[in-house]
Write a protein that binds this ligand. Structure first.
Ligand code: NAP
Length: 235
């Protein structure tokens, strides 16, 4: 990631913030686009740019050339289908899918590789797309659309840009705070996973860094499960 210009949508909290911390020592520059600075400490490498991906207004000006881009904003809407309105579905689509579309349309002209290698884009899905779960209709539908976007853009942009996604299960971030608000809830959640723990922001940031780096240089159009074994194992 040396000399890379990186843009991280939603790098002020949760997984995105952890990724900024991981990349900062080696990147040439990191722009973080989000509504607030959150836990971010801007310095010579890291710059915060205020931006709301759900607002109907132009996004910020990206750097001249961008080698790596990540879109983190998302939601966890856990409600029965009966209690979900069309507006709820629309809201999940806004932040998870259409925000990513706005982000990538803004960045597309600036996404260029380096030393003959493609640029790399990472988006976030959820385990609830690959494995049907009750109460997940809205978020799974929105993230299913994200997975379709990932594969389509990976095809359309090859060989100049790689596009991959991470599909996490429950990860300990501000987004999931409501589900992990007591030691009992944490224990019960951890017990559901074959690896007997929930995910951390560091788990997800490490996979994102791998997908951005040349170590994953022959991967594109993939959705990587990051779920303690939940989507594939029955133990
Ligand atoms: N945590 C989980 O259990 C889990 C599970 C499955 C999938 N995922 C997915 O993983 C991704 C990262 O999740 P996370 O847990 O790290 O989320 P998080 O803790 O909520 O962090 C989200 C980041 O995005 C920014 N953001 C949110 N809405 C935005 C908007 N409208 N415009 C601009 N910035 C916005 C937030 O900053 P500001 O508030 O300052 O704008 C923050 O920096 C999401 O796509 C999520 O759906 C997470």
């Amino acid at each position: 990631m040396e000399r890379h210009q990186v843009v991280i949508a939603g790098g002020s909290g949760g997984i995105g913030l952890e990724l900024v911390r991981l990349l900062a020592p080696r990147a040439a520059g990191i722009q973080v686009w989000s509504r607030t600075r959150g836990g971010l400490e801007p310095d010579g490498v890291v710059r915060h740019v205020e931006c709301d991906f759900t607002a109907d207004q132009p996004l910020p000006e990206p750097p001249e050339s961008v080698q790596a881009a990540v879109y983190c904003p998302g939601s966890i809407t856990l409600r029965s289908f009966r209690s979900l309105s069309v507006a709820d579905f629309r809201q999940d689509l806004e932040v998870n899918l259409l925000g990513a579309v706005r982000f990538l349309q803004t960045l597309q002209p600036r996404l260029v590789g380096h030393d003959g290698r493609p640029a790399s884009v990472v988006l976030f899905s959820t385990v609830a797309v690959a494995q049907g779960m009750p109460m997940h209709a809205s978020i799974a539908a929105a993230k299913g659309a994200v997975e379709g976007l990932v594969r389509s853009l990976a095809a359309e942009w090859a060989p100049k840009v790689r596009v991959n996604a991470i599909a996490p299960a429950l990860t300990d971030t501000p987004l999931a705070a409501r589900l992990l608000s007591s030691p009992e809830k944490r224990e019960a959640m951890a017990a559901r996973y074959p690896l007997k723990r929930i995910g951390t922001a560091a788990d997800a940031a490490a996979v994102a860094r791998f997908l951005l780096s040349d170590e994953s240089g022959w991967m594109t159009g993939q959705v990587l499960g990051l779920d303690g074994g939940l989507s594939t194992l029955k133990v």
